[in-house]
Design a protein around this ligand. Structure first.
Ligand code: MEV
Length: 313
């Protein structure tokens, strides 16, 4: 049996902008998806998806997961025509929009196949295989999710449209920073939302460029403020990033209301994270007291799930 795992992630700055070659900051979280691969006597592959989930997520993504699994197997050059495999997915990462569930699935699978078939792949090669898997989930991924899922930690990521090699830098903060994550319980199609943003760009390129210009400065400030541990400033920039995402129409009333709740209850900043139009929001918190207060307020406000975590180490 071969085993592997892939981490969940949150995007602190830059979802959607990263698709257009702008830098983004993502943080791996502790929760992960695991995969176990065993050989079958029959051909092809079968799967038992035992991951915990936001209700409806796995059914909605089942077709994409099939293409993704085929992509990873093909990329790794495995011939399952005589002897197939059974895949079992598990772990403590709740499969939901926004948390990097698809990327964690791809990374865990690539690692389990690597172990079972003794392919000798390093993390860069695992990341490449997971990127091919991500294409099954959403066509033209930027690669930020699979990179964060493979390497974990805090990463500064830039997609080079002319290269298949991801450009990223691992950052380390002097101390971990608290984050509260809340789920709307809604599953979004990354492909659809990314396509909608592309259509808006096409319809009004000047307007899109003005938003991109502001974001370019914002993400640079975000990186510097994080490294200085100037959390007040990081929070302000997260709020502004959320507004920019709203103008791209990737937020929704449920996300906006969770963001507002978190800010009213002591978060230093809050924004949607990941695809948007459902999925998750994140709130930056200064200490344990604020963490508990914000988490409680989000629970009371009807969030489908709330998690407390930290990032930066
Ligand atoms: C999804 O987690 C992040 C997006 O920017 C898509 C991508 O980067 O591929 C929306």
């Amino acid at each position: 049996m071969g085993q592997g795992s892939g981490k969940g992630k949150v995007i602190l700055f830059g979802e959607h902008f990263v698709v257009y070659g702008l830098p983004a900051l993502a943080a791996g979280i502790a929760a992960e998806t695991t995969a176990k691969v065993t050989r079958l006597k029959t051909s092809g592959w079968t799967i038992d998806d035992l991951r915990p989930e936001t209700p409806g997520y796995k059914a909605e993504k089942a077709d994409e997961q099939k293409v993704s699994t085929d992509n990873v197997i093909r990329h790794l050059g495995l011939d399952l025509s005589k002897q197939g495999i059974h895949i079992e997915l598990g772990g403590d990462l709740v499969a939901a929009s926004g948390i990097g569930a698809s990327a964690a699935n791809c990374v865990a699978l690539a690692r389990a196949l690597n172990e079972e078939f003794r392919l000798g792949l390093n993390n860069d090669r695992i990341n490449e295989a997971a990127y091919e898997g991500e294409k099954g989930y959403h066509g033209t991924p930027s690669g930020i999710d699979n990179t964060a899922s493979t390497f974990g930690g805090l990463i500064w990521y830039v997609r080079d449209p002319n290269s298949t090699v991801p450009m990223f830098e691992k950052l380390k903060l002097k101390k971990p920073i608290g984050l509260v994550i809340a789920s709307t319980g809604l599953t979004a199609s990354t492909k659809k939302v990314v396509d909608d943003v592309a259509a808006k760009k096409k319809a009004d390129p000047k307007w899109f460029d003005s938003i991109v210009d502001e974001y370019r400065t914002l993400v640079k400030d975000g990186r510097e403020s994080l490294l200085r541990l100037d959390l007040k400033k990081v929070g302000q920039l997260m709020n502004r990033n959320h507004e920019l995402l709203r103008s791209l129409t990737v937020s929704c009333p449920e996300l906006d209301s969770l963001v507002e709740k978190a800010l009213k209850n002591g978060a230093l900043g809050a924004k949607l994270t990941g695809t948007g139009r459902g999925g998750l929001m994140i709130a930056l918190v200064a200490d344990q007291h604020a963490t508990n207060r914000v988490a409680e307020s989000l629970q009371k406000a009807g969030a489908a799930a709330v998690w407390k975590t930290n990032f930066g180490q």
